[in-house]
Design a protein around this ligand. Structure first.
Ligand SMILES: Nc1ncnc2c1ncn2[C@@H]1O[C@H](COP(=O)(O)OP(=O)(O)O)[C@@H](O)[C@H]1O
Ligand SMILES: [Mg+2]
Length: 253
């Protein structure tokens, strides 16, 4: 996205001085963040630093914040566990809560399931799906709502490595085709660098670092710019030494 489209388009998400406390304990102190339409933003930070809290506020699931928060358009949520209703078939889960004639809903569900390569499981029960399939069903359920902003809270954390790679490619493809903005909360530093236009690092209730990942897609981990971005985030998180220890261990084992 170039500077002129950025200034013309209305931001998808604007946070100005957003704060959130629980029982007198401040989690979010002073969050300033603008997310452009169609932008892919990754939010990383230590466990408990307030990533989910921020995402819930953006998604309208928590009204207890202070400061200004504005979202332009519909938001949809994706979580680590797919949260499918066990008593409804996959396609019914996808359109759950939407109104309209059942045959039309089914057609829409099948389209959304096809987009995540899951049309063959439309009539299956959620418990028969693998972890990756359940995640794709959940993604179809989000996409059918045609969100302007897709909020993903560590959606791939519970998946095996291979399935996670497939999900990365799928989300990347859908994001490119559909044009929604994505806010991806992740503790996986590589995932952030692999997918995001920009990375925001949360620390102490603020955006401690925010930078663009200036790399063509698809991205290669072996690219030195990839490694530079990864190291920057690790340094922000204060885990550079730990990482050095781990990679030294990997080299010797
Ligand atoms: N509803 C709540 N009531 C009390 N404390 C909460 C609530 N939600 C989150 N917290 C606290 O806020 C902090 C940040 O939580 P969270 O946003 O889930 O962290 P993260 O997603 O970065 O791991 C944690 O210490 C958590 O216990
Ligand atoms: Mg969280």
């Amino acid at each position: 996205m170039n500077a002129s489209t950025q200034s013309r388009a209305k931001a998808a998400v604007t946070a100005r001085g957003v704060g959130r406390s629980f029982d007198g304990r401040t989690v979010l102190r002073d969050i300033h963040l603008t997310i452009e339409p169609g932008e892919f933003l990754a939010i990383v930070g230590k466990s408990g630093c307030g990533k989910s809290t921020l995402l819930r506020a953006i998604g309208g699931l928590d009204a207890g914040y202070t400061g200004d928060l504005h979202v332009d358009g519909t938001v949809a949520f994706g979580f680590q566990d797919a949260r499918l209703l066990p008593w409804a078939r996959v396609w019914e889960n996808v359109v759950f809560g939407l109104g309209g004639p059942r045959p039309l809903l089914r057609t829409q569900a099948l389209e959304a399931l096809a987009a995540v390569d899951l049309a063959g499981h439309a009539d299956a029960w959620p418990r028969t799906l693998s972890g990756g399939e359940a995640q794709r069903a959940a993604l179809a359920r989000s996409l059918i709502r045609e969100p302007a902003v897709l909020l993903l809270d560590e959606p791939f954390g519970a998946l095996d490595a291979l399935t996670r790679l497939r999900m990365h490619a799928l989300v990347n493809g859908l994001w490119r085709n559909k044009g929604f903005a994505v806010v991806l909360v992740t503790h996986d530093v590589e995932e952030a660098v692999l997918l995001a236009d920009r990375v925001a690092v949360l620390d102490n209730g603020r955006v401690a670092d925010l930078f663009a990942v200036d790399l063509p897609r698809p991205r290669a981990r072996i690219d030195e710019r990839f490694e530079a971005a990864r190291q920057r985030i690790l340094a922000d998180l204060g885990v550079l030494e730990l990482d050095a220890v781990v990679s030294a261990h990997e080299r010797t084992s």
